[in-house]
Ligand binder design. Structure first.
Ligand SMILES: Nc1ncnc2c1ncn2[C@@H]1O[C@H](COP(=O)(O)OP(=O)(O)OP(=O)(O)O)[C@@H](O)[C@H]1O
Ligand SMILES: C[C@H](N)[C@H](N)CCCCCC(=O)O
Ligand SMILES: [Mg+2]
Length: 238
């Protein structure tokens, strides 16, 4: 039985897909069978035809993904994209597919759309949120954060929300890190200290994001001992 990890972030466009790609490539290098799953997705890729993450994972990162379930064209919050496209998002179906995937892969990386406090659908007179799914199906989560000015508040408030919702955060992955920036260096240590969470990755700002760059970062992540740290936190052997 494999282990699911929910890749969430402090918001949208902060690098969940890029960071998820690096983790997937690294764990595959360690001989693990890794599934990548983006159940709810909105927005199209630059080709104007493909769905954004599917395009990225399959064409850029060259990582096969499980056929998504709710891919919607409008680049909006899932609840609004669903309304405009007449889509009925059913969390139970997402859970069933995730269960199916964890029976076939050692690790399943589940990428959320935007951050944790994002509505999917109406349920019992209220919004059913991304965080409801993560909690209801007890998926441990990794919080992806930018490293730049503003990251402290975004990470601390996201973590406080996750705690309040009963979600287990495994650790932090910082993205678009710039070594020469004192704010970035201090943000990593300050946020980790404030949240008392392990820093599971620090991904640099890349001049261009390509499969080759991702492979280089995946290898570096392994060499830093971070893949091992993640698996230890998860209680998963290689
Ligand atoms: N480390 C990085 N270096 C350079 N560019 C990056 C890096 N991380 C992400 N990007 C770029 O930033 C943009 C947003 O990244 P990404 O698509 O991974 O965000 P996301 O959090 O997955 O967004 P969404 O909420 O839509 O899923 C993309 O154009 C991506 O190529
Ligand atoms: C379109 C975007 N890139 C993501 N796919 C969806 C982001 C939803 C964000 C909702 C919100 O926090 O307002
Ligand atoms: Mg993404």
């Amino acid at each position: 039985m494999g282990q699911a990890i929910f890749m969430t972030g402090t918001g949208t466009e902060i690098g969940k897909t890029v960071v998820t790609s690096i983790v997937a490539l690294a764990l595959e290098r360690l001989g693990m069978k890794v599934g990548v799953f983006k159940p709810v997705q909105t927005g199209l890729a630059e080709d104007g035809v493909s769905f954004a993450e599917q395009y990225w994972y399959e064409r850029v990162a060259k990582i096969p993904t499980s056929e998504g379930m709710y891919y919607m064209e409008p680049a909006m919050s899932p609840h609004l994209a669903a309304k405009l496209t007449g889509t009925s998002i059913e969390p139970e179906r997402v859970a069933e597919r995730l269960e199916w995937l964890t029976q076939r892969y050692d690790v399943v990386l589940v990428e959320g759309a935007g951050g944790l406090a994002v509505p999917w659908c109406e349920r019992d007179g209220r919004w059913y949120m991304t965080s409801d799914f993560v909690r209801d199906y007890e998926v441990p989560a990794i919080l992806v954060s930018l490293s730049s000015l503003g990251a402290i508040h975004h990470a601390v408030t996201t973590a406080a929300y996750a705690d309040a919702q009963g979600i287990r955060l495994l650790g932090l992955m910082f993205n678009q890190f710039q070594e020469q920036e004192i704010i970035h260096q201090n943000n990593v240590e300050t946020i980790a200290a404030l949240l008392r969470l392990p820093v599971l990755a620090v991904v640099p700002l890349l001049p261009a994001v390509s499969r080759r760059e991702l492979e280089t970062l995946a290898q570096r992540w392994i060499e830093q001992g971070k893949a091992k740290q993640l698996l230890e936190v998860l209680g998963v052997g290689v």
